[in-house]
Design a protein around this ligand. Structure first.
Ligand SMILES: [Mg+2]
Length: 341
């Protein structure tokens, strides 16, 4: 005799039906075939290319159940992919979401993660176009994000040249500060703390800025692992060194109040702001194109690699008194045996 559940719709199919009802595929152009077949079929605009990025989010490494709300996990996962698209100057387009769902959580937990993810997708004008699902002991998520860029106009990491000015968007170290509050169960006491916690739970990738930087920025990337680590990567890709001006950094809070905001700004991750370089001759155009719509701060300058300096650190931190010291990359390292918490 077949098991009683044989005539019931499988849990997987019921879940996929629910997922399908949540998405609005008509919201974006170019999705010829979405969720429901073996593969999606997509067509970019004529004269545009597709940027593709993928990102993992693993329980115990990037979030903890019980501390991070499921909606925030989904939202942050989507923003991680969208931030990589922003860094390339790509317009958000489609997301593919794969999940290993923990067996001990009810369907409501899955739906909450999913809701956070679709909120972020809708905010960016992107749609969910596919994914995969399984279950296990721990939660593990993967996002694949697709964006569109006019052919040849992608922002890359390897174009920074000596003399270019270094910029960051927003403030730095907020998410890392918010993460500390979450982990220590600290309830925010003032607007500054509330906004840091919010930044950690609901970061906002800068895709609109990324699109404006096409043709202006000589190099760009997003700040996911901390300024010291990400700028080091940008300099390595471009074959240059850099000086960061300590007093210019947009910190999450004032110095001398117990929290080391400078260290958070230099090494704290998950801000999902943009780091980019602009040649001096394009500085006026940058102001013109971005206006006051977003906070941009010049934080340093790209330096040439001098022969004698080849074995020296790529990054230098210049203090207010003009003295420079080496700045070692001390941000998030995915293969270092520790967690973000
Ligand atoms: Mg990135």
């Amino acid at each position: 005799m077949p098991p009683k559940t044989a005539l019931r719709q499988s849990d997987e199919n019921a879940w996929l039906d629910w997922v399908r009802r949540q998405v609005r595929p008509a919201a974006v152009g170019g999705l010829r075939l979405g969720i429901g077949d073996d593969a999606a079929i997509v067509r970019p605009r004529s004269g545009w290319e597709i940027a593709v990025t993928t990102d993992l989010m693993i329980e115990g490494t990037h979030f903890r159940r019980g501390i991070d709300r499921p909606e925030d996990c989904g939202y942050r996962l989507a923003m991680r992919g969208l931030s990589d698209l922003a860094a390339m100057g790509a317009e958000p387009w489609m997301l593919f979401f794969s999940a290993l769902w923990p067996k001990d959580e009810p369907p409501a937990w899955r739906r909450s993660v999913h809701r956070g993810l679709t909120q972020a997708a809708h905010a960016a004008g992107a749609t969910l176009a596919g994914g995969d699902v399984s279950s296990g002991v721990h939660a593990c998520f993967d996002i694949v994000a697709l964006g569109q860029i006019p052919r040849g106009q992608a922002l890359r990491r390897d174009g920074a040249r000596p003399g270019d000015r270094i910029f960051v968007s927003g403030t730095l170290g907020q998410a890392a500060w918010g993460r500390q509050m979450l982990d220590h169960g600290h309830i925010p006491q003032n607007p500054r703390e509330r906004s840091a916690l919010r930044r950690c739970q609901r970061p906002c990738a800068r895709w609109e800025l990324g699109e404006k930087l096409r043709g202006l920025a000589s190099a760009a990337m997003d700040l996911s692992d901390g300024l010291s680590s990400d700028l080091d990567r940008l300099c390595a890709a471009s074959g240059v060194h850099a000086r960061v001006d300590e007093t210019s950094l947009p910190l999450a809070g004032p110095a001398g109040v117990g929290q080391n905001f400078l260290a958070l700004a230099l090494h704290g991750g998950e801000d999902y702001e943009l780091l980019f370089t602009v040649p001096r001759r394009k500085l006026a155009a940058l102001t013109q194109r971005t206006g006051a719509s977003i906070q941009l701060t010049e934080v340093g300058e790209i330096l040439p690699v001098r022969r004698a300096r080849k074995s020296q650190p790529r990054l230098w931190l210049q203090a207010g008194n003009g003295r420079s010291q080496p700045l070692a990359p001390q941000g998030w390292d995915a293969l270092r045996p520790h967690t973000r918490h």
